[in-house]
Ligand binder design. Structure first.
Ligand code: PBG
Length: 331
């Protein structure tokens, strides 16, 4: 940084470029754009359903037919992509609903693809929404079996690609998951389907509202044996390097707000797009405070999203996507 001499101090007035809103806009370093937002959506079985999520005010569970209508709004706002999570009618120990040909996510992707041929559709590749025990993989001897889970994750990704997904997003935090998906997709002819790795996904307390929405809380233990320790930042670099070596097209840090340092740390070092996931708990905190009148929702949300972009995220996965895009276009 430049050193400023004592005499020069009052010649230099940073306030000059803050004087009017037009000047501020001229010198602004970070700009938000709806095309960098990815909007996560929950899909459940049924017809004509749009059911509110209590822990995530302003978010819903949609049946596949209702989802296509919701997407009209999303497209109109210029939001870059959607990320779909499926909630099956029945869960089992193997999470078989995740790769069923007529599974909820496969139905939803087909319906969306038919209604919106050029919508960017990303799908979550994980087992926790589909397993009766709520863990992100297959259980053997009381623990999640990494290598057995890889085969199932690959099967899920192929079924989602076959239904019409553009981008598959493995979130199970199994070692080798990106490589397993890449090999399986390529072997099935899906060489053009991209992988967004949940590379540095922390074992976070901020996933609570999501687990409530998806009924995916682990029935025993927790996820600290596979998701990252919140205390580690160097390890995030390693996770990202591994995902890149395995062929990830986009990498991710998750959650976003408590990990801005991690986003910043890796952003200058990766040559692929970096996504940050502004998760359900981060969303719920703002909603809860705004409901009580403890903060102004619009400014808080735009400040948070700007901070995530400023830290270095190219893409922001956020439940605020619709509202934020409305605010950005009506400024
Ligand atoms: C699935 C998955 C989770 C989230 C995204 N994918 C839940 C978890 O790991 O428990 C959380 C997203 C959010 O909180 O918004 N593994």
């Amino acid at each position: 940084m430049l050193q400023v001499s004592r005499e020069a101090n009052l010649l230099l007035r940073p306030r000059r470029t803050r004087r009017t809103s037009a000047v501020r806009a001229l010198v602004r370093e970070t700009r938000l754009d709806p095309s960098r937002f990815i909007y996560p959506l929950f899909v459940r079985e049924g017809r004509g359903i749009r059911e509110p999520l209590p822990a995530m005010p302003g978010q819903w569970r949609f049946s596949p037919d209702r989802l296509a209508r919701e997407i009209d709004d999303v497209r109109g706002l210029g939001i870059g992509a959607v990320l779909l999570f499926g909630l099956p009618e029945h869960k089992d120990a193997a999470g078989s609903g995740a790769y069923a040909e007529d599974g909820v996510i496969q139905q939803a992707v087909r319906a969306l693809r038919a209604a919106h041929p050029d919508l960017v559709i990303a799908t979550d590749v994980c087992l926790c929404e589909y397993t009766s025990h709520g863990h992100c993989g297959i259980i053997r001897d009381g623990d999640v079996d990494n290598d057995e889970t890889l085969g199932i994750l690959a099967r899920i990704a192929i079924s989602q690609a076959a239904a019409g997904a553009d981008l598959v997003a493995p979130s199970a935090m199994m070692d080798g998951q990106v490589g397993a998906l890449r090999r399986a997709l390529d072997a099935s002819g899906f060489t053009g389907i991209a992988i967004m790795g949940y590379s540095a996904k922390y074992a976070s307390a901020f996933y609570g509202p999501f687990r409530d929405a998806a009924g995916s809380a682990p029935q025993f233990g927790d996820r600290r044996g596979y998701q990252m320790d919140p205390a580690n930042a160097r390890e995030a670099e390693r996770e990202i390097e591994l995902d890149l070596a395995e062929g990830a097209d986009i990498v991710m840090v998750k959650p976003a707000l408590p990990y801005l340092d991690v986003i910043h740390r890796v952003s200058s070092r990766v040559a692929v797009p970096l996504a940050a996931y502004n998760v359900s708990g981060e969303y719920a905190m703002v909603k809860a405070a705004a409901e009580r009148g403890w903060c102004d929702e619009r400014s808080a949300v735009l400040e948070i999203l700007t901070a995530i972009a400023r830290a270095g995220a190219d893409l922001i996965i956020t439940y605020h996507a619709k509202e934020a895009s409305q605010w950005l276009t009506s400024r």
